[in-house]
Design a protein around this ligand. Structure first.
Ligand code: ARG
Ligand code: ASP
Length: 717
């Protein structure tokens, strides 16, 4: 009896596998466009949600989308009070927190809590974006596109349609329209947006809480970080977007999130609502192999080299450590992510899985009498092969010639300034003082010894990794030591690295200045690289990149036609998405299981007095000693972070985690290392998003911070 039942089960499993291999992976891609209510309805029912699809998004009435903003272009934030209070991550607000810090008021170090509206601090240039309406405009954008058009013709037709739509789609004077391609241009959506530009800093914990664990814990579980900060949106007296003005008033939202302090349990549903930046789930196996085998190792290698250089200086010298901490963190973030990505792709067998999927697509196509996909895949493979050299070159330039090379960053600043001066020499006197100030500020934050060491390391890497075809001859490394030293001396005293030299060069007129540039040997060398980037690398890259997009469009379109019953979720592209998951732990390695919750006990366990990553405020240790947890206590401690299976990526930082009633229970801020490959291949067994428990946010504000005003504002709702 048991035996035959088991056989029956195996048969069923084999049947399911053979008819819909697709469910094995593609179904886990779940970043939904909020207006696709039909899709949601299915999702919501399946997950027993007590919300209606129209609670998440409705074009007719205020809905949860009205409580979510894209924060300053790159993160997510959510409105948590009737007076426009916005919650986001500490690492998303960090620039603003640091910009307001001085030696007397060190908000990075000590935290900041505005005690009144008057104390809330404006941030020039900062903005948040609401999405009010989402409209499928595929038909309109593709109007006039015919199958025989080449990529360029198609582009010019769609561009024209998009420009027209931006004017004709109904919207208010204070709204903007943005239109983006989905599924590589098989679909287009228009977004009616509102950009608020008076955003003030309201609160932040000390960075020992907000960045607790820093680089060591970044992308890792178990995690113990209070990665949050608070801002407020200000509007004009009609509640509309306005530039900063002391007369502006707190924004009154159509919808804000109710905070739930009830917490979450393993298995509970969570909804993460935000602005994921970029995923590429539908790439074929050979492209994933290329990214992990060819592209990532180069980026990882260059960043590791730069980190090693920085590390040596930072260990020896505290001033340098302070100066380079945030540079180090920035470089380390994606270094670690790419390493995790490669590991996860290997571990999950993603490449083999994707091969199976391709075979499945081909088989399905054969069944329906089609025969195009094989050719498309072959052409795609050829296009990616052609893309490889320019793509590598582009990455080497971006890394060794920019991200990890401060002197080249200054050279690029100079390059842009040179172009401005060439275009409008009569404005020279006006432009030059701003430029000088800007450069002086940058130099003040850096150190010539470190920059020189980075330059030398990156010079080596440029030679080591740059494909032969794109190597500018001026960057060859001279064999003899004294000419080698001479080159770095020239860079150290170049017109873009040496303040005296720049000052002098700016003293004469525009013509004199352009002449000085022309004769600066370091600048000449930098120009060689910049020119090869713009003139050789970029055009080749764009050509093949466009070709791959074109082919991916038709591959994606075939996939979607061949599996019409499947609910296809588009890759992330920086637009508003909602994703569903549940609270769940995972097995990082054989024999190890990670619980999905961390607590204050773990924060204290990690405490290292005086350490730059694991130090803690005295006051927190006191609170812990006296167990002064108030209403935030759960089983004698305080909940800190938790894990979920929501499909998130960069840009989802600061996204709200909602429970099944749509109430705020957590704040998304990261993913686990084993699962960072989710941008290429989402594997539900090891991909997890990491959230701050909202009760930890409130606990820190209430007990550690000086923020009862704000806790009231949030909880009275
Ligand atoms: N890994 C998180 C996200 O990409 C947090 C980054 C901020 N933390 C850091 N150490 N850089 O992007
Ligand atoms: N930390 C990321 C962010 O800043 C989120 C992620 O990549 O999971 O958006």
């Amino acid at each position: 009896m048991i035996e035959s039942f088991r056989r029956f089960k195996i048969l069923i499993a084999a049947y399911i596998l053979s008819v819909s291999y697709v469910s094995v992976w593609a179904q886990h891609v779940r970043m939904w466009v909020p207006s696709e209510t039909g899709d949601y309805y299915y999702q919501l029912k399946e997950n027993n949600v007590r919300l209606q699809a129209s609670d998440l998004y409705s074009a007719e009435r205020p809905s949860l989308n009205d409580a979510i903003v894209q924060f300053n272009g790159g993160c997510t934030g959510e409105i948590i009070s009737p007076r426009g209070l916005v919650l986001t991550n500490h690492h998303c607000g960090y620039g603003a927190i640091a910009a307001h810090s001085t030696l007397e008021h060190n908000y990075v170090e000590d935290g900041f809590w505005a005690q009144s509206q008057a104390e809330e601090l404006p941030n020039p240039g900062m903005y948040v974006t609401f999405v009010r309406k989402i409209i499928d405009v595929t038909g309109e954008v593709l109007q006039g596109v015919t199958p025989d058009m080449d990529a360029r013709q198609r582009q010019s037709v769609t561009d024209r349609n998009i420009n027209r739509l931006k004017k004709t789609l109904p919207h208010e004077a204070w709204q903007d329209i943005s239109i983006k391609p989905f599924f590589y241009g098989n679909k287009y959506y228009a977004f009616v947006e509102e950009n608020y530009r008076d955003i003030r800093l309201v609160g932040a914990p000390p960075s020992s809480i907000g960045k607790f664990g820093a680089d060591t814990d970044n992308w890792m579980w178990p995690r113990h970080s209070g990665d949050f900060s608070l801002f407020r949106i200000y509007a004009d007296k009609n509640n509309r977007p306005a530039e900063y003005s002391p007369d502006n008033v707190p924004y009154r939202p159509d919808r804000y999130l109710k905070v739930s302090t009830e917490g979450v349990h393993e298995g509970d549903m969570i909804i993460v609502y935000g602005f994921p930046g970029r995923t590429q789930e539908y790439l074929p196996s050979f492209r994933v192999a290329q990214i992990t085998g060819k592209i990532n190792p180069v980026r990882i290698g260059i960043r590791r080299h730069a980190l090693d250089v920085l590390d040596k200086f930072m260990r020896r010298n505290d001033t340098l450590k302070l100066k380079y901490t945030s540079t180090y963190a920035r470089i380390a973030n994606y270094w670690k992510k790419w390493k995790g990505e490669n590991m996860g792709i290997r571990r999950s067998g993603a490449i083999a899985e994707k091969k199976h999927w391709e075979e499945e697509v081909l088989r399905r196509e054969a069944e329906t009498g089609g025969h195009e996909v094989a050719d498309i895949l072959q052409e795609l493979k050829a296009a990616y092969d052609s893309l490889e050299a320019p793509e590598l070159a582009r990455n080497v330039f971006i890394e060794a010639g920019y991200v990890d090379n401060p002197w080249m960053q200054y050279a690029l600043d100079m390059y842009r300034f040179e172009r401005q001066v060439q275009r409008r020499p009569e404005k020279f006197d006006e432009l030059k003082s701003d430029f000088y100030e800007q450069m002086k500020n940058k130099w003040a934050k850096s150190d010539a010894r470190v920059n020189r060491a980075l330059f030398l390391a990156m010079w080596q890497d440029l030679n080591r990794y740059m494909p032969e075809k794109y190597k500018p001859s001026s960057w060859e490394i001279p064999a003899n030591k004294s000419s080698h030293d001479k080159v770095s001396d020239n860079w150290q005293h170049a017109v873009f690295t040496d303040s005296l030299r720049l000052k002098k060069a700016l003293e004469g007129g525009a013509e004199n200045f352009l002449n000085v540039l022309k004769n600066d040997s370091a600048y000449k060398m930098a120009r060689g690289l910049i020119d090869s980037f713009y003139n050789d690398i970029s055009p080749d890259y764009a050509r093949w990149q466009n070709k791959t997009v074109e082919l991916m469009r038709s591959y994606q379109s075939h996939m979607m036609k061949l599996f019409p019953g499947f609910r296809w979720a588009p890759d992330a592209n920086g637009t508003l998405r909602v994703t569903f998951g549940e609270v769940r732990g995972y097995e990082p390695r054989d024999g190890v299981y990670y619980e999905p919750f961390s607590t204050l006990d773990g924060v204290i366990e990690k405490y290292i007095p005086g350490d730059y990553e694991f130090d803690l405020p005295e006051k927190l240790l006191d609170i812990y000693k006296h167990k002064d947890f108030g209403k935030y206590a759960v089983n004698g401690t305080v909940p800190v972070n938790f894990l979920g299976t929501a499909h998130t990526t960069g840009g989802n930082s600061g996204s709200p985690a909602l429970n099944a009633k749509g109430e705020l229970v957590g704040l998304n801020f990261d993913r686990v290392w084993e699962g960072t490959m989710s941008d290429l291949y989402y594997d539900p067994s090891i991909c997890r998003n990491i959230m701050v428990d909202i009760r930890y946010v409130l606990f820190i504000m209430d007990k550690l911070g000086d923020a009862s005003r704000l806790v009231h504002e949030i909880l009275q709702n």
